[in-house]
Design a protein around this ligand. Structure first.
Ligand SMILES: [Zn+2]
Ligand SMILES: [Zn+2]
Length: 275
């Protein structure tokens, strides 16, 4: 059994279609795959059809953004009901907020002399949820900057003109939405927030109090001692353990499908919650 419980398709900011993602996961030996696109369930139906063809278990998922103590935090929902009314309305609200934000980013870039950024970013996003990465790709394609990192450094990153504030829900709201959708709330990639141990403990305690049930003990490539730390934290707070690649793009070995499923033996695997 190889579980990969955190992946992205081009329904959000990944590169592969949901079908191609499922096929690649199968080739790489994944037996249980969760598609967890940012703030959308759009890719799940195609992924499910492909998973049936490939004889792979698909777990319906999503990754929701929120804030905690002024920081951006991600919560993955696993084994959700994509049709849930509460989830659908949260997705719609999030989409509208993102669209308003994109319009404002486009307006500000226009003012700085960059024409057609909103339309350009929309074209690059296609059906996907429009976000700053699409503006970044537009700025690169039009020669305003040399690369994606440059686009964030010059225009889109913190404190730059394209850094338009967005009212994210708080951690209690997103956790409740996932629970209402019948899913398991999982704190995503805890090491990425670069919190001190004390702060991480505070976050886990609050997440648990809000109804959080699991934490990603493994998220892509990470040092073994980090896996141990996260396993210890999971056990300390009585949280189940999840694992995933956070796959976005093929051929990035540190986030490749199916490469990160060996949970330490002391952990309680998250899939026990739905098996
Ligand atoms: Zn994330
Ligand atoms: Zn992710």
């Amino acid at each position: 059994m190889i579980y990969d419980l955190h992946t992205h398709s081009n329904a959000s900011d990944g590169i592969l279609s949901p079908e191609a993602l499922v096929s690649r996961a199968k080739q790489r030996g994944v037996t249980h795959l969760a598609l967890t696109d940012h703030d959308t369930v759009q890719g799940l139906q195609s992924a499910r059809q492909q998973a049936a063809l490939e004889d792979l278990v698909l777990i319906d998922g999503i990754e929701l953004s929120c804030v905690w103590a002024g920081r951006g935090i991600h919560v993955v929902g696993l084994n959700i009901d994509p049709e849930s009314a509460e989830l659908q309305s949260a997705i719609a609200a999030q989409k509208e907020a993102r669209e308003m934000r994109a319009i404002e980013i486009g307006r500000r870039l226009e003012k700085a002399g960059i024409r057609g950024a909103l339309e350009g970013a929309q074209k690059l996003a296609g059906e996907a949820v429009l976000g700053r990465p699409h503006f970044a790709r537009f700025l690169v394609a039009e020669g305003h900057v040399n690369n994606i990192a440059g686009a964030f450094k010059q225009y889109l990153g913190a404190g730059k003109l394209g850094d338009v504030k967005h009212r994210w829900p708080d951690i209690a709201e997103v956790t409740a939405i996932i629970v209402q959708a019948g899913g398991v709330p999982v704190l995503a990639h805890p090491a990425k927030y670069e919190l001190t141990r004390t702060k991480l403990r505070e976050l886990l305690a609050e997440f648990k109090a809000c109804g959080g049930l699991a934490v990603e003990v493994i998220s892509g490539q990470q040092p073994p001692n980090e896996t141990e730390t996260m396993a210890g934290m999971a056990n300390l707070f009585g949280l189940h353990a999840s694992c995933g690649s956070d796959f976005h793009v093929p051929d990035q070995p540190w986030q490749e499908l199916g490469g990160f499923s060996d949970l330490p033996s002391g952990c309680t695997p998250v899939w026990q919650l739905w098996h």
